[in-house]
Design a protein around this ligand. Structure first.
Ligand SMILES: [Zn+2]
Length: 156
């Protein structure tokens, strides 16, 4: 059974994929191979890896994506600029220079494709975000209601 947070993440990804097509299987493999199955930020080996967005979250194409471990992608970098985050993750200037170059060379392989944006797109994405939050709140309430009902029944 999927977790509520997983379902909410899928809702987010599905909505953003309408604006910009998500990575294809072959693009994902190309990213994994280019980064040699290592996180582009901390250098740790990954089994499958996440595909972090370098800059913003709207452009989903390979130019804006690098291989990342779960910790860097989901907990640490968040929405911060990638260069600032990378500087924190590198133990020396030599490592920082080589990881920066690797990312820049990757980006340079792909044509520039600006993320589609308009007030209407922004506004609609915001309303989808509100729905997502409302879904999470409703699931929390549901969990509490089920718990209360179970407790009631066990006392009878
Ligand atoms: Zn990492």
């Amino acid at each position: 059974m999927p977790q509520v947070s997983t379902a909410a993440n899928i809702m987010d990804r599905a909505a953003r994929a309408i604006v910009s097509a998500d990575l294809t299987k072959s693009q994902k493999l190309a990213i994994r191979e280019y980064f040699e199955w290592c996180c582009a930020y901390c250098g740790k080996k990954v089994r499958r890896g996440d595909f972090d967005h370098l800059d913003g979250r709207l452009e989903n194409g390979p130019r804006n994506r690098v291989l990342s471990c779960q910790k860097c992608n989901q907990q640490e970098k968040r929405e911060r600029p990638w260069r600032e985050f990378l500087a924190e993750k590198c133990e020396s200037d030599t490592v920082l220079t080589s990881r920066t170059k690797r990312i820049e060379d990757w980006v340079a392989r792909w044509p520039v494709r600006e993320a589609l944006s308009s007030p209407e797109i922004e506004q609609t994405l915001q309303s989808i975000e509100q729905i997502r939050q409302a879904y999470k709140v409703a699931c929390r309430k549901l969990r509490e209601a089920v718990k209360a009902e179970k407790a009631k029944r066990s006392c009878e």
